[in-house]
Ligand binder design. Structure first.
Ligand code: FEO
Length: 172
């Protein structure tokens, strides 16, 4: 059984993951419109992954006898100056998510809820990977440069990071 406090912070994390999914969906649409095919595919897939993070939390709360609350989401930023600004926003967003996960883990100690503590370790590891990935993309951009050729190379690099699965909801 989840304590009221743990239930509340998990519901807040469900909202954050849903907002992450929406944020990357808006970024994917911008990249698609600008003709960055690889970046768009990467971001559509990333949006799907965030939805999976949200669902994983929902199933956990339900399994532990808690109550899931689905909140209204804030409108994500849908316009960017360039790819660099987009990936800086993505990194900033992931850093915010990591901070929230860390706070959540701290609450599990306070509440002596070690089952939720164990469950959250997956998110702790995932955040390390996600931040590292965003930083490596920005590093590559700095290295290759933001010329047209440079951006073409970056876009191809991003495509190579995708699974190639059809973005959910899109007919091909
Ligand atoms: Fe699920 Fe990228 O945070």
């Amino acid at each position: 059984m989840l304590s009221e406090k743990i239930n509340k912070v998990l519901n807040n994390q469900i909202k954050i993951e849903a907002e992450s999914s929406q944020a990357y969906l808006a970024m994917a649409c911008w990249a698609d419109t600008c003709g960055y095919e690889g970046a768009a595919q990467f971001l559509f897939e990333h949006s799907d992954e965030e939805r999976q993070h949200m669902l994983k939390l929902i199933h956990f709360v339900n399994t532990r006898g808690g109550n899931v609350e689905i909140f209204e989401l804030s409108k994500p930023k849908g316009n960017f100056e360039n790819m660099k600004e987009l990936f800086e926003a993505l990194l900033e967003h992931e850093v915010m998510v990591s901070e929230n996960i860390n706070n959540l883990v701290a609450v599990t100690f306070e509440e002596k809820d070690f089952a939720t503590h164990n469950f959250l370790q997956w998110y702790v590891s995932e955040q390390i990977e996600e931040e590292a990935l965003a930083r490596s993309i920005l590093d590559k951009m700095a290295l290759i440069g933001e010329t047209e050729n440079g951006l073409y190379l970056i876009d191809n690099e991003l495509k190579a990071l995708t699974t190639g699965a059809t973005p959910s909801g899109l007919a091909q």
